[in-house]
Design a protein. Sequence first.
Length: 177
Amino acid sequence: MAQDNYSNKTIATKCRGRCTSFTEDHLKILTDTFNKTPYIGFATRQRLALETNTKEFTIQYCFQNRRTRHGFQKKSEPEEHLESSQDRDHTEEKIQSRNDRQPRMKYTCSQLHTLNKTFIGNSYPGRDSIEKLAKEIVVSESRVKVWFQTHRSSCCIQRKKEANEGLEQRQNQGQDL
């Protein structure tokens, strides 16, 4: 549904949670960037967030949703019989994508304590909880989201490892009898 404001034309869409309204100029910037590169790095997300006066994670969600709607897939690996100049270009792209990544986050003990305490209570916090937690520990919301994703993954791996070790111990005890 579109709504007209007198000074700024904004386009609002129906959604479950809070909705971000972009001006037509902002939508043009986002669309042009998406058409050039549907997979953007951290530096580009930050630049777009500043240009559109939104948060970096909102830009990330915007691009994820747009890729989903348009059926984009990750670029496939280049074929082996490429010429050497094309190989050099591919290597330069890899270096550039590494430079676009966020630098590794070093959390303080108090930040980790707060994150772990929240994780024990709820390992799948909602957007509001993430926003509140990010303000509390003075870290970006995208960092909090990534921390929870990583922590859930490592806990799952740890649980599987413990289950396998327990199974091996029971099998070894059965053989000893």
